[in-house]
Design a protein around this ligand. Sequence first.
Ligand code: SIN
Length: 283
Amino acid sequence: MSFEIVPLGQTLGAEIKGLDLTQKLDTETLAAVRAAWLEHLVLLFRGQSLNDEKLVAFSKQFGELDSVPTWDQFHSPGHAQVLVISNVIEAGKAIGVLGDGEAAWHTDMSYIERPPTASILHAHEIPDTGGDTSWINMYAVLDAVPPELRAEIEGLELNHDATHDSSATLRPGLDAVADVSRMPGARHPIIRRHPESGRPALYFGRRLNAYVVGMEIEQSEALLDRLWTYCSEDKFIFCHQWQLGDVVMWDNRCTMHRRGSFDPAQRRIMHRTEIIGEKPSAA
Ligand code: SIN
């Protein structure tokens, strides 16, 4: 199978042209797609038409799938490994998560011990405007952190809050906690070594309720605020305007992403799979 790689953003993102994802990738093509993904961090495949079986089959070529148990009422019916991201309400009930507001910068499921390696998102219905998704290159962000600040964060761990999602909604079955130093969640190194590329990247989850382990809360907040200022450089960001049928696959170990808000009167339905990852290790 042959395909073309067209870079999209300045420091991340590429479109893969010429592949039909309903077909199993042969060994050579799979290795080449994987290499392109490690290089470009976010891959876009346009014009795909994957039902849930096909989305799962495509995703499984990259590893074992997670079933996101904290959101099990939002799985696509009959597909425990497919999470619905949507603002659509049917019979008075939301069919998916994240609504129509902004989903703030985050890394998927960083609040668990083994956060996903990759996320794969397929556009089923999209609004006329808005709801764009952006990714940021966290290798590049770390490279932009001045040496003195980098020295300050070497060896530190961040606690990743499990209680709220990226739309600042309390997850079902969890209680809000006021003290950030006591948030349930997982602790991971702030500077993470990517297990495949070997490169160090800044590893953040959500800014909300993040906490630098062992610090006074004020000191932790100030340090995180300083670090987050490096996450706003346009050149590190790739913004994607969705088209129907798009499939985007990204690397959660070295990127963060955010989703813009959109008109609540419009429908947006996306189906997502997650590849189970490893416990992050320090760089
Ligand atoms: C997500 O945060 O995983 C969802 C992004 C999107 O809905 O575009």
